[in-house]
Design a protein around this ligand. Structure first.
Ligand code: CP
Length: 312
C-alpha cells in the first residue's frame, strides 16, 4: 500500500478510499491494544512532537499514546510555559521544534488554518489536532470508526449531530467524513447556533430535534462551547437543555439501537444527561479507545508511507 501524503489537515482533502484505508489500518491497530504488551517497533527512531496552543485531554494524550505504542519518541511543548509567552511566533516555535529532528508535528490552535500554514512552510509532516472552528479530522475519523465498528459500515445510516454546530469543528469534519462514506447527516440546533449557510456542507439542517430522532441510527451531542459563546445565542442553559439536550425521554424516540456519541469533554446536564451518557447505547468511552487506534493508523501511514508491515 502506498500513502503519499505528508500531512493530515482536513477531511475535505481525503477521498472516500483514503478514509477507508485509514479506518482499515486502524482495525489492525486496535488489535494491538488488546495485547498484553502494547508496543511495536514499527516507528523506532521516529519522533513526534505535540504543539497544543489550546487545552486538550483526549486528543493530546491519545496522540502521545499512539506514537509511543508504535515505538516513536514523543515530546510535548507546554505552550504556556514556553517562549510563546515572550512573543515567539507560531512559525518560529514550530521551526525550533523541527530543528530538533522531529518527523511529525501534531498541532492544535485557536486560529483556523494554523496547521495548514505550518504544513506549507515546514518539510516535516503536520497533523491538525483541531484548528479554531474549522476542522478536527482525527475526531471525525475516530467517530466514524466507532460507528463502522458497530454497524459494519455507515452507508445509508442516518446520523443526527445536535447542538452548537456554529462553533464546532467536530461537526464540520464529521459531516464531511460521513457524507463521503454515504451516510445521511442531519445537523440540528437552535437557529442562533445553526445558521442557514451551514448547508454548504451538503447536509440537511433542522431545528426540530424530536422529529429528527425518529429513524436515527446514531446521535452525536456536541459540547456547548461556553468559552466561545457571544451573549444572547440562547436564553439559558435550562432552556437549551429543554429543547436540545439529549435526555432519556428523547432517546426513546430514536429507539434502543440508536448509538449515542459525544466527542468530549461533556457538559453533563446541559447537552447530554448522565443517564444517557452512561447508558448501554453510549459509545463515548469506546470513542476514546478507538481514538488511539485511529491515530496509530494515521501516524503509521504518514511516517512510513504504508511501506512497512505495521503490526508484525
Ligand atoms: N474531543 C476533543 O478534542 O477532546 P479534547 O479537547 O480533550 O482533546
Amino acid at each position: 500500500m502506498n500513502w503519499p501524503r505528508k500531512d493530515l489537515l482536513d477531511i475535505a482533502a481525503l477521498s472516500a478510499e483514503e478514509i477507508e484505508i485509514i479506518l482499515d489500518t486502524a482495525v489492525s491497530m486496535k488489535e494491538v491494544l488488546t495485547r498484553p504488551v502494547k508496543k511495536l517497533p514499527t516507528l523506532r527512531g521516529k519522533a513526534v512532537a505535540m504543539l497544543f496552543y489550546e487545552t486538550s485531554t483526549r486528543t493530546r494524550s491519545s496522540f502521545e499514546t499512539a506514537a509511543k505504542i508504535l515505538g516513536a519518541d514523543t515530546s510535548s511543548l507546554a505552550v504556556a510555559q514556553s517562549s510563546v509567552s515572550k512573543g515567539e511566533s507560531l512559525l518560529d516555535t514550530a521551526k525550533t521544534l523541527a530543528a530538533m529532528n522531529i518527523d511529525l508535528l501534531v498541532v492544535r490552535h485557536a486560529a483556523s488554518g494554523a496547521p495548514q500554514f505550518l504544513a506549507e512552510r515546514l518539510p516535516l509532516g503536520v497533523i491538525n489536532a483541531g484548528d479554531g472552528q474549522h476542522a478536527h479530522p482525527t475526531q471525525a475519523l475516530l467517530d466514524v470508526y466507532s460507528m463502522r465498528e458497530k454497524w459494519g459500515g455507515v452507508t445509508g445510516r442516518k446520523i443526527v449531530i445536535v447542538g452548537d454546530v456554529l462553533h464546532s469543528r467536530v461537526a464540520r469534519s464529521n459531516a464531511l467524513c460521513l457524507t463521503k462514506l454515504g451516510a445521511e447527516v442531519v445537523l440540528v440546533g437552535p437557529p442562533t447556533l445553526l445558521p442557514p449557510e451551514m448547508d454548504y456542507l451538503g447536509v440537511r439542517l433542522s431545528y426540530d430535534f424530536d422529529r429528527e430522532l425518529a429513524g436515527a441510527d446514531g446521535v452525536m451531542a456536541l459540547r456547548l462551547q461556553l468559552e466561545r459563546q457571544q451573549s444572547g445565542l440562547f436564553p439559558s442553559l435550562r432552556e437549551y437543555n429543554r429543547l436540545y439536550g439529549l435526555t432519556r425521554e428523547r432517546m426513546a424516540r430514536a429507539g434502543k439501537e440508536c448509538l449515542v456519541l459525544h466527542p468530549g469533554p461533556m457538559n453533563r446536564g446541559v447537552e447530554i444527561m448522565s443517564d444517557v451518557a452512561d447508558s448501554p447505547q453510549s459509545v463515548i468511552e469506546t470513542q476514546v479507545t478507538n481514538g488511539v487506534a485511529v491515530r496509530m493508523a494515521l501516524i503509521y501511514l504518514l511516517l512510513s508511507g504504508g511501506a512497512v508491515d505495521a503490526v508484525a
